[in-house]
Design a protein around this ligand. Structure first.
Ligand code: SAH
Length: 353
């Protein structure tokens, strides 16, 4: 089965021509898909055309099968079923300026970071561009939105998966998401987070996409970074910094480093000093996250007090940094926690049901 959400507007135009239909039908189909409708529910095209499309395309590639709302901050965690019965999770965060959706780019992940639950069990498969988009069209419709009135205004690629390990599909997704006539979310409102796949970071810089780049650093020392992130065996911190520099030169967009504080691992004075040495004067921001402890992993979070102490060291050293507000912790929707409940129980868990 093919996925119609994978198609750009131009590709749907070609398809419509092949099927011998009037060109304006393409816009109706594209708008219907982006509004979160199943093919069988796009009522402004004929029953015959819907039937033709359904011979080739699945009716609904991504369906919401569960949701759970945080009592603390209103963050919503979603469970999605893909057309082939694989299951992924995603999160919607509500901010004053709009709603940000965190989407998955792969079922599982093969990066094997020591602190992250998403990679337990390894990579199952890549998501297609349409399956990434389908998470957003589904949530937008669930919130009562459509293409004219969007309920999802910002997107972060920080769910399960390593976006740059699924490069072509992710870039296609960002382009399709921004098309007029569809959801029309600008790449400037999209943040892509990578564990530091240097070759793909450089390629991304040359795409002419104004997407925000976020890099998971977690340790400034190569040898120690390897303990947390196997990808550090392939690329050094210096190579990552060079790729970030290239990204900035091409896009003029400030980049962000994610730094999850793990007690005794990366929250020391030496780490702060090395970060300052490496990053001072660079057009970047450091986002400190307190580790979300994951049961299967034997790592402990830095205390709040020590997190703010670490922040103070960075700020006094001249870096722009913040400690990120923790969100969705009571629904296991925080960073690195996705997929965990489903793996355990086959559902979203019963923490606040
Ligand atoms: N593969 C991408 C996106 C992953 S998730 C990447 O590596 O950037 C987004 C962020 O959550 C990453 O910075 C990741 O390192 C971080 N993260 C993963 N597990 C975490 C945990 N248990 N606690 C805190 N942050 C975590």
């Amino acid at each position: 089965m093919e996925i119609l959400h994978d198609y750009s507007l131009d590709e749907i135009k070609n398809l419509i021509e092949e099927l011998g239909e009037k060109p304006f039908r393409a816009g109706q189909i594209f708008r219907g898909i982006h509004a979160g409708k199943k093919i069988s529910d796009i009522s402004d095209i004929s029953k015959e055309l819907r039937a033709k499309l359904l011979q080739r395309f699945c009716d609904c590639p991504v369906e919401i099968i569960g949701s759970k709302t945080s009592k603390i901050d209103g963050t919503v965690k979603f469970l999605f079923k893909l057309w082939d019965n694989n299951v992924i999770e995603g999160v919607l965060m509500k901010y004053k300026y709009g709603n940000t959706q965190c989407v998955s780019t792969q079922v599982g992940c093969r990066m094997g970071c020591a602190f992250c639950a998403s990679g337990i069990g390894g990579l199952v498969r890549n998501l297609t561009a349409g399956e990434i988009l389908g998470q957003i069209t589904a949530v937008n419709a669930y919130l009562g939105g459509n293409v004219e009135k969007r309920q999802v205004t910002n997107v972060v690629l920080m769910g399960s998966g390593e976006p740059l390990d699924n490069y072509e599909n992710v870039v296609k997704f960002i382009r399709n998401l921004s098309l007029k006539g569809g959801l029309n979310v600008s790449p400037r409102n999209v943040s892509l987070s990578t564990c530091g796949l240097v070759a793909q970071m450089k390629k991304l810089a040359d795409e002419n996409l104004d997407v925000n780049l976020t890099v998971s650093l977690h340790n400034p020392f190569d040898e120690k970074r390897k303990n947390l992130m196997p990808i550090a065996k392939k690329y050094s911190v210096q190579e990552i910094l060079d790729a970030c520099n290239h990204y900035f030169n091409k896009t003029k967009r400030r980049y962000i480093f994610e730094y999850s504080l793990v007690k005794g691992e990366n929250d020391t004075k030496e780490c702060a000093e090395e970060l300052i040495r490496l990053l001072k004067g660079k057009p970047c921001h450091v986002n400190l996250i307190r580790l979300n402890e994951v049961k299967e992993k034997d790592l402990k979070a830095t205390s709040d007090k020590d997190a703010y102490r670490f922040l103070g060291l960075l700020e006094r050293g001249g870096l722009s940094a913040t400690v990120r507000r923790q969100i969705g912790v009571d629904i296991d929707g925080a960073c690195g926690q996705l997929r965990r409940n489903y793996l355990e129980t086959g559902s979203l868990g019963d923490k606040n049901s």
